[in-house]
Design a protein around this ligand. Structure first.
Ligand SMILES: [Zn+2]
Ligand SMILES: [Zn+2]
Length: 367
């Protein structure tokens, strides 16, 4: 049992057979729930296609802001040869903290609830998420839940059917499709709106974002090792920030356009190895959309292509996170055989080569 790993004295009362049966039942229930949700999603698409397409209003402030921001980031690239080496390493370190806040925090924990977290971990995840400088928690979570529930329809905020540019960044430059708001209101957000910690974070969202995403990260190299302020501003500030934003947006664009579909060929999301390396394990998007509850979210065992999972396993051993949800190998193979595009040979190999420590971890997950 997982809580035994975390050092708690819990007596194992179920036999292994009973435990496996319960786990399989849970997985079957989850799959039925997914089928129901997908049917709803198809319904939404049909409704959306019947309504006339509205010419979107361009949000010119956002357009100018994003263009200027990218221009400043490009200028930051030119500072790289003269900036101190440890400032560049530090900038990557800050991007990694932001990445952890995005992948483990806002995505796997707050949006999907794929594990449970104790108070210090929740605070850590929220702080790391602030370093990423994105939207408020309720805004991000609603957008993401509606993205999963009505994936690749007009109700999806970054609907890939409107093109690569729209899915990547264009959706932030124009008013949302009315279906996004309409369907967004149907999403259950009670776990987010009732959380006092999230309410605190949302109330002080702007000062926290300014402090943790910009002021502190830029000031530290200047104060600690006498880095030139302008170089820190451009490299640690603009360049690092824009790098993080584009990695996140790439999951919505690249990982919905190119790659294989080993688990479900009926959906747009794909498996993308390169993106997984840069996004700390978020590029296994066909797997993620097929099994969205999985905390890893991939069947691959290697931490080098899923560094967020490595950190979550570390915090699980500390006891700061627990009840991590996974998917049984049987269910993964069943989906691959029934609905995959036939490219699952690599994933089958990966399943076989799962390390012993990973296997014991997963056995213990099942409770
Ligand atoms: Zn997701
Ligand atoms: Zn997606």
């Amino acid at each position: 049992m997982y809580n035994v790993i975390m050092g708690e004295t819990v007596t194992e009362t179920k036999t292994k057979t009973e435990t496996d049966a319960t786990f399989e039942q849970q997985q079957t229930i989850r799959m039925k729930d997914m089928v129901r949700k997908r049917e709803k999603s198809i319904m939404a698409e049909e409704e959306s296609s019947q309504s006339p397409y509205l010419k979107p209003k361009i949000l010119w402030f956002n357009v100018i802001f994003l263009v200027v921001l990218h221009g400043l980031a490009v200028r930051g690239l030119f500072y790289l040869p003269t900036t101190k080496f440890h400032t560049v390493i530090y900038a990557y370190f800050v991007a990694t903290i932001a990445g952890f806040g995005l992948t483990a925090g806002i995505h796997r924990y707050f949006a999907h609830r794929s594990f449970k977290a104790k108070l210090p971990m929740k605070i850590l995840l929220l702080a790391c998420y602030s370093v990423s400088g994105q939207n408020t928690v309720p805004d991000w979570v609603r957008d993401h839940r509606v993205h999963h529930k009505f994936s690749d329809t007009n109700a999806d905020p970054h609907n890939v059917n409107r093109g690569f540019f729209f899915a990547h960044i264009g959706w932030l430059m124009q008013q949302k499709h009315p279906e996004v708001s309409r369907r967004g209101k149907t999403i259950d957000m009670s776990d987010i709106t009732n959380d006092p910690l999230i309410r605190f974070h949302t109330k002080y969202f702007t000062p926290l974002k300014l402090l943790l995403c910009f002021i502190l990260p830029i000031a530290i190299p200047v104060l600690a090792w006498n880095e030139n302020f302008i170089e820190s501003l451009f490299v640690v500030g603009f360049l690092r920030y824009v790098y993080t934003l584009n990695i996140v947006w790439s999951v919505n664009s690249f990982a919905h356009f190119w790659g294989t579909k080993p688990y479900d060929k009926r959906i747009r999301p794909t498996q993308n190895l390169i993106l997984s390396i840069f996004s700390m394990g978020e590029g296994w998007h066909n797997y993620h959309h097929t099994f969205p509850w999985d905390y890893r979210p991939s069947e691959f065992g290697g931490y080098w292509i899923n560094t967020t999972t490595m950190w979550l396993d570390f915090f699980a051993r500390l006891g700061w996170v627990y009840d991590l949800k996974t998917t049984s190998k049987h269910l993964v193979q069943q989906m691959a055989v029934n609905h995959g595009d036939g490219s699952s040979q690599g994933s089958k190999n990966s399943t076989v080569t799962i390390s012993e420590s990973d296997t014991s971890f997963r056995k213990n997950d099942k409770n």
